[in-house]
Design a protein around this ligand. Structure first.
Ligand SMILES: [Zn+2]
Length: 251
């Protein structure tokens, strides 16, 4: 199992490197495939050995080799987060067909969280393909559970749509679509995922208000971040959280 976990971490680091490009370019309408990685400041193309996830950033001490401009620590952080996420998913959920759903799900959540943080936006260009892939992969990987996943997606879509109509300031349509998409991937585990999102969002909101006053709530972290956190919890611990609930409250 150790080899599978290490391979997942390596794959995650490489995917994380690509997610950095997606987070940086996709909201600007630039191609995420060409040109290759370059310094965000001087535009100098990165040589292969300057483009090794996490390591290059450390070796160059967070600066571009040509112009010396500081490169944000978020680049290695996204790579490290994706590597860790992939490794933990394999360690916890096992090395099986479920990874076809779980790993792309984690990667999309990290890209969306990064873009939402920067632009307060969950682009359809990611959410729509993510939803279609989730539907197809669910149907192929776990055909028997497809009705559950469809129901979870539709249920969350309706639930969040009503929430947005009732409190238009709290969430946007991007959150509604992402929530529904999460249901397609997670099935019934989307329930603990949503609870986690609302709980962390509320706790964070109160913390911001306590520290900076009610005005600060407007510039608070967008809800897509909390949906992403909830999605990760749903993947890693959803079935266990549901079991815990059932054994404590339903018997
Ligand atoms: Zn540069």
């Amino acid at each position: 199992m150790g080899a599978e976990i290490a391979a997942a971490a390596l794959l995650g680091a490489l995917i994380g490197s690509f997610l950095n490009v997606v987070i940086h370019r996709l909201p600007r309408g630039d191609s995420v495939l060409t040109p290759g990685s370059r310094c965000p400041s001087c535009g100098e193309p990165l040589r292969a050995f300057d483009n090794v996830p996490v390591l290059s950033w450390l070796l160059l001490r967070g600066r571009c080799r040509s112009c010396g401009t500081r490169i944000s620590a978020r680049y290695p952080a996204v790579e490290l987060l994706t590597a860790t996420g992939f490794a933990v998913v394999v360690a916890v959920r096992g090395f099986d067909d479920g990874l076809w759903l779980e790993l792309p799900f984690v990667a999309c959540l990290i890209a969306l969280a990064g873009i939402d943080l920067d632009h307060k936006l969950l682009p359809n260009k990611i959410v729509y393909p993510m939803a279609i892939y989730g539907l197809v992969a669910s149907a192929v990987v776990d055909t028997g559970a497809l009705p559950e996943h469809l129901l979870a997606g539709a249920g969350v879509l309706v639930f969040l749509l009503l929430a947005v109509l009732a409190y238009p300031s709290g969430m946007g349509m991007g959150d509604v679509k992402l929530g529904g998409t999460m249901g397609l991937y997670l099935g019934v585990s989307v329930v603990p995922a949503l609870l986690t999102a609302f709980l962390t969002g509320t706790v964070f909101g109160f913390a911001v208000i306590a520290r900076e006053g009610a005005q600060a709530r407007k510039k608070a972290v967008p809800f897509g971040i909390f949906l992403a956190v909830g999605g990760l919890i749903g993947v890693l611990a959803g079935p266990e959280l549901i079991d815990l609930y059932e054994s404590n409250f339903l018997n």
